[in-house]
Structure formats: structure tokens, C-alpha cells
Write a protein that binds this ligand. Sequence first.
Ligand code: ADP
Ligand code: MG
Length: 729
Amino acid sequence: MNQTWKKDSRKSIALRRPLERQVPAGPQGRPLKISQYYGENVFYVLESKSLKKETREALGDVLSGKKTLTKEMANDVAGVVLDWALEKGVTHFCHWFQPLTGDTAEKHDSFLSIEAGRPIEKLSASQLIQGEPDASSFPSGGTRSTFEARGYTTWDLTSPIFIRDGLNGKTLYIPTAFVSYHGDALDAKTPLIRSNNSLGKNATKFLTTAGFKDVDHVQVTCGVEQEYFLVDKIFAQDREDIIMTGRSLIGSLTSRNQQLEDHYFGTIPDRVLAFMQDVEIELYRLGIPAKTRHNEVAPGQFELAPIFTEANVANDQNKLVMSTLRQVADRHGFLCMLHEKPFKGINGSGKHLNWSMSDNKGRNLLEPSKTPHENTTFLAIVAVVCQAVFKRSIALRASIASHSNDHRLGANEAPPSIISVFLGDTLTKILETLIADHAYTPEEQKILDLGANQLANLLKDNTDRNRTSPFAFTGNKFEFRAVGSSASIGLPLAVLNAAVSDSFAAATTKLETYLSSGLKIQEALQKLTKEIYKECKAIVFNGDGYSSDWVKEAEKRGLPNYRTTPDSLIAFGEKKNHEFLTTQNVFTESELHSLNNVSLERYIKYRSIEVQGMKKLVDRFVLPAAFAYKNELAQTVYHSKEISCPADVELSRLTSLAHHLKEIDGIYKQLNDTWAKTHHGTEEEVAKKIANEIMPLVEKIATECNVLEDSIPESYWPLPSYFDLLFLR
Ligand code: ADP
Ligand code: MG
């Protein structure tokens, strides 16, 4: 067998040049500064000069919850948005929503309308506010019967309307929430908005009780670091497994992979840089403040991080970042892989969810500030967050659970499936000495009272070193690192917000009691911090989260460790583990029920696709390649014998090949038998069987396939290898 396609593909990649893109330019063709075209494709309602002043002000009140949206306001906005869009050459509009599939959905309608027999462009108030997609084709987890399949999309004012370019026309995107006929959330956005409101309200109440009388509003802030892999399309499209499942189901690791640590922060390859710049131009026009770009640890892995913003907007922006990465990659001849573990044996991709809160004065609630007064508050808030994570770790674990993240959590260079909090030595010591009623003494023996300026610097220096924690304090924010790269941040954010909101509410009640018993604010805050921290300190772990010792230690501490998605979702399904979400009005019980159903159902579907994909790979690629090579070896041995030439080497290779084929066949049959028995039982049982019985077999087949890949000449191997996928671009 002589496969020339691989050589041809490699040659064509070697000849590929970076794709040039027109940088936005001014009158004399001079390149514009980013700030000159930033946000040009976005319609910010509160800043629009074309809107009537009353409408603008009324919309401001709607946004802060003081008023509800009226038809008149919507009419006004629709008219102005239509003019703005037409001016920019937009022809269509769509309601953009985020069903529980985890992706985004959109159905385009043209502005075209025929009135009195004449064509005109139109966008009515009701078209702006409400859409009615047929919801029966979106997962609902059983909240609806088919006869009430109707679902509604409703305009989300808190996230701006924007325009996306297509090659031959432009479309107006209206961010919307997706709810059922009965008002149940069918997306992650609705719970997220509710959780922002809940946390905003409870954090505000806590702060005003703690003496900050100027606070009347707290918002959640969020910055999402997005990791991804780039693979040349020419090879990716020859890997059915990658196209169908988002990851390579088999693949032998190259001898050099990431041991030399030479990729992280390395020089960005030209073709990749051209891609990144193209992505950034798109994002800037969409008002997404892309800030950081760099090579990540694994070969072929990169990262993009924007400047943080309000949580709901950050959620929408991350959706756009993901789809822009995919689209632009395609233009540049790449496949952008957002899967958590596209390649076995090297780092997977995460999505670090940087999270904090800020008040109406723009103060970051997690900034270790300079006055003692504020520091006591800061410490109390840190304790509140720790308590939230401690008490709600099962829900937090479930919020990041997916079939794909299961491969990453606990694997190479990824946080474990145990939820813990990293505070860093300094902050931990401050809290520990507080509960022990001692004065805090820093390492250098300088007395550092809690009000000293050094605190901020000390914390910054001491908190950004541990990369192994699923939830880490990093100077002036927490970083939820266990979130998967392909995940939507809506759910983890909603759960985290609700958990913290719930803890704030309890803390405020206590604080009020202490204050009314005569304690001064500072004393009351300290007492509160001590009490909370004592209760939840088992969640704090500053050591190496990747080590096996931690797994044992965590078990001793009683911290849950749900390794698989089914286990985690089943635990989350228990009322005691999710009830806080209903008391904080973030989900209704029936929404949670359907969310869990959808998640389990999706787990089963994705895994089924992987199992079928694996079988296809074995049947159509791996075995035929092995048979062909085996045949050649057999012929050689046979003919050698005829001419009395020694063929011991060939024979030993042949025997070993035959042995591995038998191994694969054995596991393959076992997989088939087990699979046939898997689908009896409830969804929970099926999902568990898949995780515990099927996936280990899939892994075993993969390992055997990889042995074959290593023992068969490249000219016989019909699939692009890890070398092609990770090193050629
Ligand atoms: P690192 O890789 O060291 O974690 P990055 O600069 O890559 O740092 O990412 C940090 C992210 O955290 C950025 O998106 C940044 O905007 C965000 N961030 C910074 N401050 C806050 C905050 N107060 N609230 C939420 N996110 C924040
Ligand atoms: Mg980073």
C-alpha cells in the first residue's frame, strides 16, 4: 500500500501562507486605532443619541429594575435600531438564544415586508421583544408535553444588540432569553440573570448592614479566559472522530509533546498570529475587549482572554468569542477545537472563569483595600465565598459536569473533580490567626495589621502561584478554573452566584443580630468572619491539587469527589444539594428537574456517538490497515521460506500483530455485549453504566489501537497522526 495523500497534505501545509486581512482603515488608508472602530457593530441602548431622551431614561429604569418595558419604549427602540441597521447594510434580524444544548440558536427573518403591495423594510416592537420559535426541537428535559411545545424568546435588554457580517450580507442579532409557554427557563441565560439579581440584592444588603450606606447596587463581574486548539483543516477533515465527537478517540502520543515546556508563551507562529489578529478585529467590532493572546502549554494550544465585564454580558461575549474562533479558524484553514480533551496525554483546555463583584461606586468587593474598615469587610466577604463553595460544592461540581470535562478533570495538568478553594498562604494565615484570636505576623516578622497597605501587595504576590486549584483566589478575584473550555459559563455562574447570594443572606442575618446585641461594626464583622471561616475551612486547600495525596486528604476532610458526570448529576438531583437554587429564585424545582434530565440525556447521547465512532474507526480504518500490513508480513514470511531465507524478524512482528488484533477483537466484542445490555433501566442507570463500564472499554480499545498505530508503517496508517495534527501548521 502506498499512501501519497499524507505526503501531499504535508506539502500543502508547508506551502501555506498566513491569510492576510484588511485592517480597518481611515480616509487615507491609514490603519484605525482599535478605539476608533471598537463596538461599531453594537447598539448600546443607553448611549444611543437617536433615541428619545425619555425613552433612554425609561430604559435605564427598566435595567435597574424600577420600571417594566412598555410597548412604546420598544417601538421607539425598534425604529431606531432598524435605521441604524439599514444604514450599515443589514438585511435580516434574529432572536439569538442559548438553549440547553449548550450552543446558541438563531432563526433569521428578513426586514422585508410587503405593505399595500409595496416592499418596505420593517422591524416592529413585537418583533423586537418576542419571538416564538418552535421549541419542540430543543431539549426541555420533560418540562413540556408536545402539545404545548411553544417556546418564547424575549429580548434581554441587559446585553446589547449587535450585527454579524456574512460574506454576502449582514444580520442583526437580538440577545434573548428562552422560556416555555408556562414561563419555565429553557436556557442558561434566564437563571443567570436571576442569579445576578439575587446576588446583587443580597450583597447590597450585606454591605449596607456593614456600614456602607452609599451602596445601592452590586453587580457580578466576570472575565473568561478561553483555551483552544488549532489543527490544520486538511488533516482534521480526515479524522472522522474529531469532526463527529470534537476529540480524537485514538491517537498515539508523539515522542516529544509538552515535556520541554517550550510552547507556553512561546513565539506565536505566523499563521496563528494572523488568525488571532483576524479574530480580534471581529471581536473589537462586536465590542468585545479581547486583551490577551498567547500560546498555551500543549503543542497547538492557545488562549484568548478579554477584559472582564458584567456577568450576563460576559456570558454572551464568551459565546461570541467561541463562535468567532471557530468561524475565523475555518477561513484560515484551521479547525478550532474547543473540546476539553482533544488529545490524550497532553493538557486539556479549560475556561478560567474570573469572578468578582463590584458596587455602584465601582469598588471591587474582593479588592483587599487599604483601610482597616474595608479590610474587615473584605475578609468577611472572602469567608462568605468560601462558605458558599463549601456548602454548595456538589452543585458547583454538577454545574461544570459534562462528558467532555470528565476527561479533563483529574487528568494531565487539570484541576481534580474535588471542589476546593485556594486562598494562598498569606490570606489563609490571616484567617487562621483570626480564628485563633492571635495577631497576624507576616513571615518577615514585621507586624502587619490588617489595615496595612502591604496586604494588597502581599496577597497579589502570594496568590497567583497555584495553578492546580479548581477555585482560586487570585489577588482581587476568584478564578473558577474547573469550567470546561467548551462549556457555557451561564450555568456555573448562576450556581456560583446563587451559592454566594445564599451565604450573604445568612451572613447579613447574623450581622444584624450581632449589631443589635451592641457590637460595633468592626467587631461584628470579625466575629462573623471567625464563625463562618471556622465552619468552612475544610474547603481551603493550598497544596498541589494534582497529587494523589490530595484525593486521600480530601476524603478525610469529607469533601465530595464525584469523578463522573452521572455521579455528579445524580447527587445534584437530591433536593438538599440544590434547594438553595430555588430559595434564591434562580431556578424553579421543575426547571432543575428538567436541567438534570437534559444533562443526563446529553451525556448518554454524546457517549453513544463516541462508542459508535470508535467502532467505525476500528472497522473502517484500524483493522483494514492492520490486515493489509499483516498480509504483507505473511507474504514475506511465506516467500522467504520458499527461498530458504531467514524471516525471524518478520515472523515475530507478524505474531505480535496477530496478538494485538486478537486483543482488539476481544475488547470489541466485550464492548458490543456490554453495550447491548446498557440500555435497560432508568436514564441514571444507563448513564452510570456508560461511565463505569462502557468508557473503560472504549479507553482500552483506544490503547490497543495506539499500539497498532505504533507498529504499522506510516504508509499503511490511514489516519492523520498526532504529529500531523499537533505539529504541522
Ligand atoms: P491569568 O492568566 O494570570 O489568570 P489573565 O490576564 O489571562 O490572567 O486573565 C485574567 C482575567 O481576569 C481577565 O479576563 C481579567 O479581565 C479578569 N479580571 C480581572 N479583574 C477582574 C474582576 N474584578 N472581576 C472579574 N474578572 C476580572
Ligand atoms: Mg491565563
